[in-house]
Design a protein around this ligand. Structure first.
Ligand SMILES: Cc1ncc(C[n+]2csc(CCOP(=O)(O)OP(=O)(O)O)c2C)c(N)n1
Ligand code: SF4
Ligand SMILES: [Mg+2]
Length: 320
């Protein structure tokens, strides 16, 4: 597969999605034929994402899908929306600029465990703490798939790869704990074999006002086969979901998780592998989009609507 950076634009289709127009349907959302290996978990993530878009029924031209580099990062090629395939690990700052610059767009970012937690780890931290409005879907296969089996930040200790022929020795990243610590305002986890659950998690993430992220365990059948069977009930594993509080006053509600309870979210996140699946954390904090818009409004009022060039020139003049 090529890792060239290209920008995609929607294939010509009649205007769909949004009020008063034909509803978004999978056949208009599909673009290129996915080039993943047969059996790759990413196919299921893509199929679920089409469902999410159908449910959201946004105007098609307002959808942006963006990614870094990796097998999972090829995602935007397969969605008929505006979007791009960008530098390894750098999808988030680019997507943040799109989100901040165009309030009318719905920004979705896709990537792998390497793209998100390794080379892009620093960007992830800042995108999360700034709470820029976007949804980030991490397809975690615990390996570098595109480059044919190197240890990734989520590979377990002992994982044998081309970079660790004797087995990985470094402590792996715990994605959920890392995302909570970074300051993401919506954090969820799912598994590519649990289609309904995965669709629900992505839908909830997309409806969240802020930086929302879903880690999806997505098997690389080529280089890390069977890695997530322990959480797959069809393979003898156990898919343990987080039950959220219903606030119905029932005695069993006391044991349910309040997604605003950060300490309990950490407790759930540090459960031994394969851990829990569901919404770990959801809170509402002002988005960078809102804070920046307020700042711009105030500045416009203060400068009595001066143009951008005038403001720039007067700022430079003050530096002289
Ligand atoms: C700056 C840069 N460094 C390294 C690479 C090589 N590279 C391409 S994809 C990748 C890792 C992909 O792993 P991951 O993000 O987990 O995606 P996957 O292929 O597993 O879906 C690496 C190291 C690159 N393309 N660009
Ligand atoms: S190498 Fe792995 S991650 Fe990449 S397409 Fe094939 S199965 Fe999927
Ligand atoms: Mg990977």
């Amino acid at each position: 597969m090529s890792s060239e950076n290209i920008v995609t634009a929607p294939v010509e289709v009649p205007a769909m999605g949004g009020p008063g127009r034909p509803a978004l349907a999978k056949k208009t959302l599909v673009s290129d034929h996915p080039t993943w290996c047969p059996g790759c978990g990413d196919f299921a993530v893509l199929a679920s994402f089409y469902k999410v878009l159908e449910k959201l029924n946004y105007p098609q031209e307002s959808i942006v899908t963006f990614a870094g580099i990796g097998c999972s990062s090829r995602f935007p090629y397969f969605v008929n929306s505006y979007g791009g395939h960008y530098i390894h690990g750098r999808s988030l700052p680019f997507a943040a600029a799109i989100s901040l610059g165009r309030e009318d767009l719905h920004v979705f970012v896709f990537g792998g465990d390497g793209d998100g937690f390794s080379i892009g780890g620093n960007h992830l931290f800042h995108a999360a703490r700034k709470n820029t409005r976007m949804t980030y879907v991490i397809m975690d296969n615990s390996v570098y798939g595109l480059t044919k089996k190197q240890t990734s930040p989520t590979s377990p200790i002992g994982f044998k790869s081309k970079t660790d022929p004797w087995g990985a020795i470094d402590q792996p990243v715990n994605p959920i704990r890392t995302l909570l610590n970074a300051g993401a305002t919506f954090v969820a986890r799912s598994h590519a074999t649990q289609v309904n659950h995965m669709t629900e998690m992505m839908l909830r993430a997309a409806q969240h006002d802020g930086f929302s992220v879903v880690e999806i365990l997505s098997e690389c059948v080529e280089f890390n086969e069977g890695a997530f069977d322990a959480a797959n009930n069809r393979k003898g594993g156990q898919f343990r979901t987080i039950e959220l509080k219903k606030n119905d006053g029932s005695p069993e509600d006391a044991a349910r998780h309040d997604p605003a309870d950060e300490a309990n979210a950490y407790r759930l996140a540090i459960e031994p592998w394969p851990g829990y699946f569901g919404v770990f954390y959801e809170v509402h904090r002002p988005t960078k989009n809102q804070l920046e818009a307020d700042l711009v409004k105030k500045a416009r009022e203060k400068t009595k609507g001066a143009g951008a060039l005038d403001l720039l020139q007067s700022s430079f003049a003050k530096l002289r």
